[in-house]
Design a protein around this ligand. Sequence first.
Ligand SMILES: Cc1cc2nc3c(=O)[nH]c(=O)nc-3n(C[C@H](O)[C@H](O)[C@H](O)COP(=O)(O)OP(=O)(O)OC[C@H]3O[C@@H](n4cnc5c(N)ncnc54)[C@H](O)[C@@H]3O)c2cc1C
Length: 452
Amino acid sequence: MNKNTLNDLRNQLEGSLELDKLSRSLYATDASVYRKVPLGVAFPKNENDIQKLVRFAQKHNIGLIPRTAGTSLAGQCVGEGLVVDVSRYMTEIIEVNEKEKTVRLQPGVIRDELNIFLEKHNLFFGPNTSTSNRCMIGGMVGNNSSGTTSIQYGVTRDKVIQLKTILTDGSIVTFKALTPEAYKDKMKLESLEGKIYRDIYEELKNPDTQKKIKGGFPKESIHRRNTGYAIDALIASSLYDPSKENINICKLLCGSEGTLAFTTEITLQLDEIPPSFSAMVVTHYNTLEDSLKDVVPVMNHNLHLCEMMDKVILDCTLNNKEQMANRFFVKGDPAALLMLELKDDTAQGLEKQLEELLQTINNSGLSYAHPILREEDINKAIVLRKAGLGLLGNMVGDRKAVACIEDTAVALEDLKEFIDEFSQIMKEFGQKAVYYAHAGAGELHLRPILNL
Ligand SMILES: Cc1cc2nc3c(=O)[nH]c(=O)nc-3n(C[C@H](O)[C@H](O)[C@H](O)COP(=O)(O)OP(=O)(O)OC[C@H]3O[C@@H](n4cnc5c(N)ncnc54)[C@H](O)[C@@H]3O)c2cc1C
């Protein structure tokens, strides 16, 4: 593209547009292995700037790549058009509604900073990625992010109530839950917004289409998933089935990785700060299979955390000075551990929950030890679990745990069979793998240990 054309655009923006080689190189990657050098990097100051960028992109037929912290793992922020980084100026927390437990904010607010701000309101935003100290809400919506807390607080899609967006024609449109009547009123609009409502209705109304979508998507019980656009969430609405909740296009936008609209404001449903009394039981197993068998019964309890670490990852913490201290609770040489955290508003309530969980663990009889951790010890165990991923890089020798089968989620009842099949494949190739992380959500990180 002609440099003058881009310079003209730059002159129209209140924010900035960087066209130099260094800026373009810096924004050529995210946290993935992909790389494409963009035409330039825009830092919009406000909605007006984004409208100008969208209209420019439309006129010149180039892509816009919305970006917040750029911690995406699959090239979501990589492209040849203009990267639009909203993390510099669009960082305002606009309004908290304590009664409704909601917050309205701009996309560039950092997840952990939001929760620090919300503390005084006794509220918090549940979804919790490993990158929560730097990732931003715009990107969490884009990726439908989740993390260790998803078994208790759900994924980002569950929390998005309303999105203010800019569509491809530059129009500003707010999406939120609509009754079937309100939806049909929207269909009458003569605008791109009206066309979106009409097209979605027409495309999805046929029962055969709905059947195919339901058949093609993963089981409803698999909560953590981003299998393309969430059209299954649209058909599960009162527009097509009176027994369901009202349709909300935000469910489709959430997880659409910036490909459908540019978000300028987000309204989130919040939760009350988690109960203050907690205890963690760490079950120890002689085999990986035994740990997986225990996941289903323990998940019948109201767990706030159900995370797994296997021997390979535990061994990586052995030679690390800092993490040695956090291994204080490990008994013997387990093939796998499950970290099971309970929380309650009262000490008595917590003891009751703990007693019931221990009963389940004893009944299954699969674990050989189950120490109970309290207070600061729980944080140490969580630090050990979080450190595992980074420490995998310290494996001695040429064989390394390669990140090539990340974030695969299955229904809990299928977890053991899925892992058995995976282990069988590894065995056939004479390979071993690392198994760890979100067992309670049916999602394990599986890293084959390969000499590349
Ligand atoms: C070490 C590591 C651990 C991770 N752990 C987790 C984890 O536990 N759980 C998890 O879910 N993810 C995880 N991730 C992936 C990533 O960190 C998260 O998905 C994070 O929430 C992305 O936020 P971000 O601000 O970096 O978004 P970005 O990467 O900047 O953007 C994410 C997507 O949102 C789109 N987007 C951003 N802003 C807007 C906007 N204003 N309008 C429209 N679209 C927009 C982007 O185009 C992109 O498609 C991990 C990544 C790393 C590197």
